[in-house]
Design a binder for this molecule. Structure first.
Ligand code: ACM
Ligand code: ZN
Length: 538
């Protein structure tokens, strides 16, 4: 079966595929009916679109500009446009805000959706059926922009289809982030979690606390090379942060791609970069340093005993609210070493005043107090599954990373859950057992692409009603060992394609052999887009 799909993919890649173009969309749409014939986009064609879909129509109209050298005309009047967008509000009750119907006939393409996101995803399906050159950087005027005739009815399985990038440990440039966002959109992912505070650097400009980026985003050494879980550095200082203007630019760019940017301010632990800038945030107030490792132990944690800690967190969050329209704000909450709290008079007093019986309850106090502030500003918190310890905050969403247990517990408590269990969705894990031949080795765990693909985020231990609280799935690209933009890409692609099918495609429509066959075209696309990736057929 696997072999057969390779052969089909090979035939297509050799260009014999025009006889029978394949619908090789990732994620696999829910309903696909092959029709006879093909449709070719060409200069002079018109797109008609109602006002609701004017922006989406422009996306399609401009798709051929670089490759084919023309843009299509968008009009709301054309009687016989070759591409027609139809606003169908009723479709929303069946297919939701992100669903669409796409009908490709020999003489016309019809896109129906209730909301712009659905129309946008129809365009992504068209883009995927087109030759890979359409999304490339070069003029390829001789490539026919042809797609197969087909009827597609499609809608996602989950509302949260996420990808997280750790830009604290490895600072990704604005352009590199946009490149990831483009590919996320192509694969119909809709949530970008931006992890930009951690031990290794504070990357978000905060006007009220300039030292966060002046001090907290600089390390004494630059990491230049990684091999066998070892990092090699030279003595050049390394720094980088995102200005508020750059953040706004990324958020706006993502919005056009129907991607929500969820910022993560990781507190109370993973905070040594902030503490290096403002030592008074920790229990001891001792000076700290930003380094390339997870270090600091109990001194990388904020002091929940001091009111000034909350004042700081709230002021930072006020700027977060200004920059990020996301309803959901990630506040971290993971891996808190509570030993520092045990020796702290401020923490001791807080526990007495608030009648907290242990340090888990002190952590819960911290998260709950932050949650109240976030809720007051009309937003919701999400945190790593450690926020369950000591009592879950009233309205919190939970991101389950230490396996599924935290997610299961939260779903049973009727809290929304995003599943991102490390053993299935940590993209920093090495991609094959053959570690010697992998260019990048990080932690000891191995995560091959079939293991990602076959993951189902709704655990059987949950009842049908409880499963409703699993709102989605996310992969996390941690950068503890990342040394270059291509390293990020190599670990991400094509495992992101497998993530996309978990998040979008109904379980009974998934098929691993078919997926591997479809990857062949993605490899060509990645070559075209200069994306580093790992092949998974060898
Ligand atoms: C995590 O991996 N510490 C969320
Ligand atoms: Zn303290």
């Amino acid at each position: 079966m696997k072999k057969l799909s390779y052969v089909i993919a090979l035939i297509l890649s050799l260009g014999i595929g025009n006889l029978c173009l394949a619908v090789d969309i990732i994620p696999q749409p829910q309903i696909v009916k092959d029709l006879d014939g093909t449709f070719s986009f060409a200069k002079g064609m018109q797109i008609s679109a109602p006002q609701e879909f004017a922006d989406e129509a422009e996306v399609l109209a401009n798709m051929f500009e670089v490759s084919s050298g023309y843009t299509l005309e968008v009009t709301s009047k054309a009687k016989k446009a070759q591409v027609v967008f139809v606003h169908d509000a009723k479709l929303g009750s069946d297919l939701g805000d992100e669903g669409y119907v796409l009908e490709v006939k020999k003489d016309q393409v019809v896109i129906k959706a209730a909301k712009p996101a659905g129309a946008f995803y129809a365009i992504q399906s068209i883009k995927q059926m087109l030759p890979v050159e359409v999304a490339g950087y070069y003029p390829t005027p001789n490539v026919e922009m042809t797609i197969p005739c087909v009827y597609i009815e499609d809608a996602p399985r989950f509302g949260w289809r996420g990808y997280m990038l750790d830009c604290s440990r490895y600072f990704a440039s604005v352009d590199r982030i946009k490149k990831h966002l483009d590919l996320m959109a192509l694969y119909k992912l809709n949530t970008f979690q931006w992890h930009f505070t951690d031990y290794q650097g504070w990357r978000m400009q905060v006007m009220k606390y300039p030292k966060l980026t002046k001090v907290g985003s600089t390390r004494a050494q630059t990491i230049i090379y990684q091999r066998g879980r070892k990092l090699y550095a030279n003595q050049t200082p390394e720094n980088g942060f995102y200005t508020q203007e750059q953040i706004k630019d990324i958020v706006a760019y993502a919005e056009k791609l129907h991607i929500t940017v969820v910022p993560e301010i990781d507190i109370p632990a993973h905070s040594i970069a902030a503490i290096a800038a403002y030592p008074e945030l920790s229990c001891t107030g001792k000076p700290a340093e930003v380094k390339e490792s997870n270090h600091g132990g109990m001194s990388n944690v904020f002091c929940p005993g001091k009111d000034s800690t909350f004042e700081f967190v709230q002021n930072v969050l006020l700027e977060v609210f200004e920059l990020f329209p996301s309803k959901i704000i990630h506040i971290g909450g993971d891996e808190v070493n509570k030993d520092g709290w045990k020796a702290c008079p401020h923490c001791k007093k807080r526990m007495e005043d608030e009648h907290l019986k242990d340090y888990d309850e002190l952590q819960s106090y911290f998260i709950q107090r932050v949650e109240k502030f976030v809720n007051k500003h009309g937003r919701t918190i999400i945190g790593w599954d450690e926020i369950l310890d000591g009592g879950l905050a009233e309205n919190a969403m939970v991101m389950s990373w230490r396996g599924e247990e935290g997610g299961v517990a939260a779903a049973k408590m009727k809290h929304p859950v995003v599943m991102t269990p490390n053993q299935f969705l940590y993209f920093d894990y090495v991609q094959s057992e053959d570690r010697e031949n992998e260019p990048y080795v990080s932690f000891k765990q191995v995560l091959p692409i079939d293991r990602v693909y076959n993951y189902d985020p709704t655990p059987e231990v949950l009842t049908k009603d409880e499963r409703e609280y699993i709102v989605g799935v996310q992969a996390n690209m941690w950068a503890n060992f990342v040394v270059s933009p291509t390293h990020f890409e190599y670990m991400t692609y094509p495992r992101m394609c497998a993530l996309a099918e978990i998040g979008w495609t109904a379980v009974d429509k998934k098929n691993y052999d078919g997926f591997v066959g479809k990857l062949e075209k993605q490899y060509k696309r990645f070559d075209e887009l200069h994306v580093a990736y790992r092949r998974h057929d060898k």
